[in-house]
Design a protein around this ligand. Structure first.
Ligand code: GLO
Ligand code: MG
Length: 347
């Protein structure tokens, strides 16, 4: 696989990445923008793709006929701006029917609702012209382990994947795993767990992963190695680049701002493995600080993209023969200094 070039990289973000700053302890601090304004903002920043939740496009209350109409209008808006949908993710964590999970709820009616949301997401994706469904199983876990049967839950997660794969022969499913938050104990808490489930589904070729940097970090794992493992499986079909300052809540900090070296290693593994050459997108999942004023509450997106491109440029220009010579000599102190100098611009 040849290295990626800068031209292979196309960027995406979701409308939720330009947000009002509400958090669990305080209300909104900035006005909202309508979707068209967000789309224009993303376009101006050089983003070509948009990530969607199902109800970012169509309210859950809409009938099937309304769904087709509303999603069709969204497609026209995207086309008119020269933008493309990257994926649709069923938002299966806000409705009262998902309080105990939409896939692993103990109530079969609630599990049926989850599958219905998944199928609606497929319908919306088809109208928007994308083949990727992202599954972030937000409430598929427990606060106390005794609340659910973990063996049954594993099968229910597989059943959910199969229901979508069987519903549409072309759709691809990308698991976005996270170890905690909002639930204390998540099922399939890491990418590796989901990758093992992939091979138990009815069509493993259409199931892969989207890796979010912060989610790997929260699991105590290195995001670059997580990406490498998924790349080895041929299943890294999406990323949510961001950063995380320790094992706290999911912070969604701008990419590379907490740990530049960790960010470089993510970019490097993507570049070396030709990420982007088969239509994979550089997705961001970042939040502006709550302190940011309205008119500058998109700079976290620009900063993340700029950091990615600067690190990709470094990955493409770094002296690989010197790097290799240090490996061959088993001079890892020398390699440590070599990488640090590159990152400090003091090479
Ligand atoms: C939360 C997740 C969430 C998903 C989004 C799309 O921790 O990162 O933001 O990425 O709902 O699946
Ligand atoms: Mg994410």
């Amino acid at each position: 696989m040849p290295f990626s070039t800068l031209e292979d990289f196309h960027f995406s973000a979701g409308p939720w990445n330009i947000h009002t700053g509400a958090d669990p302890f305080g209300p909104e601090v900035r006005d909202d923008r309508d979707f068209a304004a967000k789309l224009k903002m993303l376009k101006d920043l050089g983003f070509d793709y948009v990530q969607f939740h199902d109800d970012d496009v169509v309210p859950d209350s809409a009938s099937q006929a309304e769904l087709e109409q509303i999603a069709g209008d969204m497609r026209k808006l995207l086309d008119s701006e020269g933008m493309t949908a990257e994926f649709v993710a069923p938002r299966i964590w806000e409705d009262p029917r998902t309080i105990d999970g939409a896939i692993t709820s103990n109530d079969p009616a609630e599990r049926a609702y989850g599958i219905r949301r998944g199928k609606r997401s497929v319908d919306i994706a088809n109208i928007l012209g994308c083949d990727r469904i992202v599954l972030w199983p937000a409430r598929e876990g427990t606060y106390i382990r005794e609340a659910k049967d973990a063996v049954a839950a594993s099968q229910q997660l597989c059943d959910f994947a199969n229901a979508l794969l069987e519903y549409d022969p072309k759709i691809r499913l990308l698991g976005e795993m996270k170890p905690n938050e909002p639930m204390d104990l998540m099922y399939l808490p890491t990418t590796g767990h989901f990758l093992a489930l992939v091979y138990k589904t009815v069509d493993p070729d259409r199931v892969g992963v989207l890796i979010e940097s912060a989610h790997a970090i929260l699991a105590g794992l290195d995001p670059a190695d997580e990406m490498a493992y998924a790349l080895w499986h041929g299943k890294l079909w999406g990323v949510h680049l961001n950063d995380q300052n320790g094992l706290k809540f999911d912070q969604d900090k701008a990419f590379g701002t907490a740990n530049l070296r960790r960010a470089f290693n993510q970019v490097d593994v993507l570049v070396r493995n030709g990420y982007g050459q088969n239509g994979e997108i550089i997705g961001l999942d970042v939040k502006a600080m709550r302190t940011q004023k309205f008119d500058r509450a998109h700079m976290h997106l620009k900063n993340s993209k700029d950091v990615f491109l600067a690190l990709a440029d470094l990955a493409l220009s770094i002296d690989r023969s010197e790097w290799q010579a240090l490996r061959d000599a088993r001079d890892y102190e020398g390699l440590d200094a070599f990488i640090m100098k590159q990152l400090m611009g003091r090479a």
